[in-house]
Design a protein around this ligand. Structure first.
Ligand SMILES: [Zn+2]
Length: 136
């Protein structure tokens, strides 16, 4: 069993008219030479949660923190001009809330944070995840 101390939030970095299913992200990450999708979950704009990498396996989403974390990616993160933006739909917010609640039940000591906490050059996930999920 992996010890999970972090739940790290990401965005897929796409514009409103673009789509990013777990399957598409899997292809993008394979194209980089990775062993498939780096995230454990993808939350679509519709609120559908798609499973990526199994939780039992280390992800590939946050350098230096993959071994002890779960990576969640929501579909979106850029506005129409391609600027970083919190584009989460109400359904995505709801789905993220439920998913994180479930994960926290199973990994009570895990902290919820955004990718940008570990990489100051990244805007991802384009909102303050630590603040929003602080009391979960
Ligand atoms: Zn990220």
């Amino acid at each position: 069993m992996r010890t999970i101390t972090l739940i790290i939030l990401h965005c897929s970095g796409i514009k409103p008219e673009q789509r990013s299913s777990a399957r598409q992200i899997d292809q993008w990450h394979r194209a980089k030479g990775w062993q498939g999708i780096g995230y454990h979950y993808v939350v679509r704009r519709s609120g559908t949660v798609e499973v990526g990498r199994p939780e039992t396996k280390a992800g590939a989403h946050c350098q230096g923190h993959n071994r002890h974390s779960i990576g969640i990616c929501y579909e979106g993160g850029l506005d129409a001009q391609g600027r970083p933006a919190d584009t989460r739909t109400d359904r995505q917010k709801e789905a993220l809330h439920l998913l994180i609640k479930d994960l926290k039940k199973r990994y009570p000591k895990a902290l919820v944070v955004g990718h940008n906490v570990f990489n100051k050059y990244k805007a991802c996930p384009c909102f303050d995840a630590a603040k929003e999920y602080m009391n979960m």
